[in-house]
Write a protein that binds this ligand. Structure first.
Ligand code: DAH
Length: 338
């Protein structure tokens, strides 16, 4: 190599200096376009530097390559900066099509049912109910026996349940199973309040308001001296938070094998009709005794809510099947809902 010739790194430095001052001095669209082509163009100063890489000594190639790359990145940033200063007209004159749509990312959202479930659990949490859960595949003990549902009760019927073939298990038909699991859990000492969201399964005829799988949120409170007044106050707070202060709540006498007394929960929003949103009641003393809680000392209230129905009312959804069809048009419509 001729001693008077600069080394490759020195050449890169000089080219960089020149390019930098050319870009900074380009204050009109024309001069910026000219600078761009003299630096980045086919025969521009940057591509020319690549020749240095080919002729560099073996042990210098790495360093030379890196220096060229660093300079290229720096000059590209400087070009972008200068174009931004000059505005869109300049971008257009540089051959960038500014009318093209941007490449924004698509942001996903939680499913409307997931959002509804989280809201219910959050409100119940603020009322002291700790979230818990139970399995979707259950045994007959938790799904029926411990809930006081006798062997000849129609709720046990094969045509009303998804029994697993050849084993004494079924897909749970209600989240009330979690009441039993909670009360039998010896690591829990009353008083306590828990809630349990989850999927339940019933082979219902599918139509706009029935599906073979849906979601419930179960609530259970065990304490001394609980009454229907505690149940009702809890439900009123819950539904005021979910549907607005103006709601009315009605407990309609009913029957469930595991509560005594039992009541359907009806809610009415201002100017609307009554809507049944779930079942409730005082935990039957026989159920308390069966799980080993002394009914003389402890009392409980419980409720189970259907999430789909709530979500349909809140989001104005007319057909329950929409929730599971994965139709993006529906899901996108739901994006704004909360
Ligand atoms: N498990 C009942 C159902 O699926 C709903 C229910 C009624 C839950 C009364 C309760 C309750 O906790 O106390 O229809």
């Amino acid at each position: 190599m001729n001693a008077s010739e600069p080394g490759p790194l020195e050449t890169i430095r000089r080219v960089g200096e020149e390019a930098r001052s050319e870009l900074r001095g380009a204050v009109t669209a024309e001069s910026l376009a000219k600078a761009k082509s003299s630096i980045f163009g086919k025969t521009g100063s940057l591509p020319k530097l690549m020749g240095l890489l080919a002729s560099a000594a073996k042990d210098q190639k790495r360093e030379v390559g890196q220096a060229i790359n660093v300079l290229k990145i720096e000059l590209e940033a400087l070009l972008a900066e200068q174009s931004a200063l000059l505005g869109p007209a300049t971008l257009a004159s540089l051959g960038e099509d500014i009318s093209l749509p941007g490449v924004g990312g698509r942001v996903g959202r939680l499913h409307p049912l997931t959002r509804m479930e989280r809201r219910v659990v959050q409100v119940l949490g603020s009322l002291g109910f700790e979230p818990t859960e139970g399995p979707e595949i259950e045994d007959e003990f938790h799904n029926f026996v411990a809930l006081n549902i006798p062997a000849d009760h129609p709720a046990r019927d094969e045509s009303d349940n998804f029994y697993l073939a050849g084993v004494p298990y079924l897909l749970r038909s209600q989240t009330s199973t979690v009441q039993i699991r909670t009360m039998r859990d010896r690591s829990r000492k009353p008083p306590y309040r828990v809630c349990a969201p989850g999927r339940v399964f019933r082979p219902d005829e599918v139509d706009a308001t029935h599906f073979y799988m849906f979601h419930q949120v179960e609530g259970l409170a065990i304490d001394r001296n609980l009454s229907m007044a505690d149940l009702k106050a809890t439900l009123i707070s819950l539904f005021q938070s979910l549907l607005g202060e103006g709601i009315e709540l009605r407990l309609r006498p009913s029957f469930f094998p595991f509560t005594e007394p039992s009541a359907e929960i009806d809610v009415r929003m201002p100017g609307r009709g009554w809507m049944e949103v779930g079942g409730s009641g005082m935990v039957d003393p026989a159920v308390l005794a069966a799980v080993g809680l002394d009914p003389e000392e402890w009392s409980g209230f419980a409720f189970g809510l259907g999430l789909e129905r709530l979500a349909m009312r809140r989001f104005g959804v007319k057909d329950i099947r929409l929730f599971t069809e994965n139709d993006l048009r529906f899901l996108q419509q739901m994006e704004g809902a909360s």
